[in-house]
Design a protein. Structure first.
Length: 266
């Protein structure tokens, strides 16, 4: 019950931080929308209803309200992320060994910048994808792109690029967990690189090679960097016994820090 009460308190704190972030997101919505709309506005726009310039439409009475609410939620999640990440970490950290805590720090410290870099590249690649998709519209047909459709496209691009940049981190975690050795990595390298290029070709809507390379080349570079880490980590393991290795009697050796972590966990 004590743990349940602690979990409830931390969820309430995270929810309050999210609510404050959503309120801020609601008021800064015009600036956020202008930023998201910019890639679409770089494309030559048709003249609709006598209006010249960047045109997106809504076809429902409540569409504009829900779009604003959705963007406020996204902004709230981003602004409150330090709070809810801390609450999550403060709840699980007492049950982790010191080595596991270090891994978590490295994971978060690498995952956030990698996702951000992928999102930045996606933002600049969106215009090319939109230009290709709109070029498929038959001659004489004016596309009426709704706000919800465009926002879904933008969010999908940001997520695809951001998650693709997490691939090297996944490979490193597999190595730290003992599931991927450098010998196996070296054997699968060509297949991994081929899959990266195939995924980039499928994920990017534009058929031009530049957009595909914007996603594929940085991912391949990060994969090569992760291979260097896997190689170095395997050499380190070969020089000293794995602290997580199970001995013949079924016991697991712990260092002094891990013993302290285990006592705190109990």
């Amino acid at each position: 019950m004590e743990h349940i009460r602690e979990l409830r308190n931390r969820i309430v704190k995270a929810a309050l931080a999210l609510a404050v972030g959503m309120v801020i997101g609601w008021f800064v919505y015009p600036h956020v929308w202008s930023f998201i709309e910019a890639p679409y506005c770089k494309i030559p726009q048709p003249v609709l209803f006598g209006h010249k310039g960047c045109v997106l439409v809504v076809n429902g009475l409540f569409d504009a309200f829900f779009i604003r609410l959705k963007l406020a939620l996204v902004v709230g999640i981003l602004l409150s992320s330090p709070v809810w990440l801390y609450q999550f970490w403060a709840f699980i950290a007492p049950g982790l060994y010191s080595r596991e805590r270090r891994w978590a720090y490295y994971f978060v410290g690498a995952a956030v910048p990698l996702f951000a870099v992928g999102g930045v590249i996606a933002y600049f690649a969106m215009t090319r994808g939109l230009r290709f998709l709109l070029s498929l519209v038959p001659h004489g047909v004016i596309p009426l792109i709704t706000i919800s459709t465009y926002l879904g496209y933008a969010m999908a691009m940001l997520l695809i690029f951001g998650l693709a940049f997490e691939l090297p981190l996944v490979l490193v975690l597999f190595n730290l967990a003992g599931l991927l050795t450098h010998a196996r990595f070296r054997k699968w390298r060509r297949m991994i690189i081929f899959c990266v290029f195939a995924f980039a070709a499928i994920a990017t809507p534009s058929p031009d090679p530049l957009t595909m390379l914007l996603l594929a080349v940085p991912c391949v570079v990060l994969v090569e960097i992760s291979e260097i880490f896997v190689w170095a980590n395997d050499r380190r393991r070969a020089r000293r016994p794995d602290p997580y290795a199970v001995s013949a009697d079924g016991s697991m050796p712990l260092d002094a820090d891990d013993n302290l972590g285990a006592g705190h966990r109990s």
